[in-house]
Design a protein around this ligand. Structure first.
Ligand SMILES: C[S@@+](CC[C@H](N)C(=O)[O-])C[C@H]1O[C@@H](n2cnc3c(N)ncnc32)[C@H](O)[C@@H]1O
Length: 243
C-alpha cells in the first residue's frame, strides 16, 4: 500500500508553514515521515545509519524509534548544538571527507544538504564509499530551479543567485543564511541522475520527488520539468557487491 498519499503531502505542507515558528513540531513531522520513507527502501532495525549534514540530529529519534543506530555528522558547530549539547552520536565532520571507514554503514542518509555543498559530487562519492556492499544510500536535496531553490531568497533566485542574495540583504539589513556561492549552490536533478548513472560502485534503485504523492513520481523522468516541479528530489542507490 502506498503511504505517499495526497493527504500526507498536505500534512507535510502544513508542517512546512510552521518551520520558522514551531521548529520542534515541524521537525517531528518531517523526521517521522522521512524515517518511514527510508524504511520503505531498506530495513532499519539493527542497522547503522549515518546522517550526513544531520544538524543537531533532528532525525535521530525517528530513526532510532525504527530500531536503527543513528550517527550524525555536520561540519557546523552552531548547527550541531542548535538543540543544546550535541549527543554522543554526533560528530563534527565535512560530508566531502567523512571520518568513517570504507564500507562500514548500512544506510548512508542525507536530507537537504547537497545544495549547501560546493562539491556535491565529492559528498555523494563519500556517501557511497562509507556504505557497506548491499547497503543503501538515500539522498535528498532541493534542486536549484525548484520554487524553493533559493531558500529564503526565493523566488528571486530565478533572476540569479547573486541578485537574489543582494536583494535579500537590501530588504532585511543582513545577508541571507543561505548565501548563494558560499552556503548555497545550484545543483540539479539532471546532474544528480547523471552522477548516479556514471557511479561505478552503486546502482540507482529509485528517484522520486520527496514530498509528492506516489502518482506524481513520473515527474523526475522529464528533463526540465523535474527541475521545477520536483521541489525536493530523492535518489536511492544500492552499493554494489555482496552484503
Ligand atoms: C538545511 S540543513 C539540513 C539539516 C537536516 N539534514 C534536515 O534535513 O533538516 C543543511 C545542513 O547541512 C550542513 N552542511 C553544510 N555543508 C556541509 C558539508 N560540506 N558536509 C556536511 N554537512 C554540511 C549544514 O551545517 C546544515 O546542518
Amino acid at each position: 500500500m502506498h503511504t505517499a498519499t495526497l493527504s500526507r503531502s498536505v500534512r507535510l505542507f502544513r508542517a512546512f508553514r510552521h518551520e520558522q515558528t514551531d521548529r520542534d513540531t515541524f521537525y517531528r513531522v518531517l523526521a517521522a515521515d522521512s524515517a518511514e520513507q527510508v524504511a520503505a527502501s531498506t530495513p532499519l532495525r539493527d542497522r547503522v545509519l549515518l546522517d550526513v549534514g544531520g544538524g543537531p540530529g533532528y532525525f535521530s529519534d525517528a530513526f532510532e524509534a525504527r530500531g536503527a543506530t543513528y550517527v550524525g555528522v555536520d561540519p557546523d558547530v552552531g548547527e550541531l548544538s542548535a538543540r543544546g549539547e550535541p549527543g554522543r552520536n554526533m560528530v563534527r565532520a565535512n560530508g566531502t571527507r567523512l571520518p568513517v571507514r570504507t564500507g562500514s554503514v548500512d544506510v548512508c542518509y542525507s536530507s537537504n544538504v547537497l545544495e549547501h555543498v560546493s562539491a556535491p559530487h565529492a559528498m555523494l562519492a563519500e556517501m557511497v564509499r562509507v556504505t557497506k556492499p548491499g547497503g543503501t544510500v538515500f539522498v535528498s536535496f532541493t534542486p536549484w530551479w525548484s520554487p524553493w531553490g533559493g531558500h529564503e531568497t526565493s523566488p528571486w533566485h530565478y533572476l540569479g543567485g547573486h541578485y537574489a542574495a543582494r536583494r535579500y540583504t537590501g530588504r532585511h539589513g543582513h545577508e541571507p543564511k543561505n548565501r548563494y556561492g558560499s552556503s548555497l549552490f545550484s545543483f540539479s536533478v539532471g546532474a544528480a541522475l547523471r552522477w548516479a548513472a556514471a557511479c561505478e560502485d552503486a546502482t540507482l534503485v529509485r528517484a522520486f520527488p520527496r514530498y509528492h504523492p506516489w502518482w506524481a513520481n513520473w515527474v523526475v523522468r522529464v528533463p526540465a520539468l523535474r527541475e521545477v516541479v520536483s521541489w525536493n528530489a530523492v535518489l536511492v542507490l544500492r552499493k554494489d557487491g555482496d552484503a
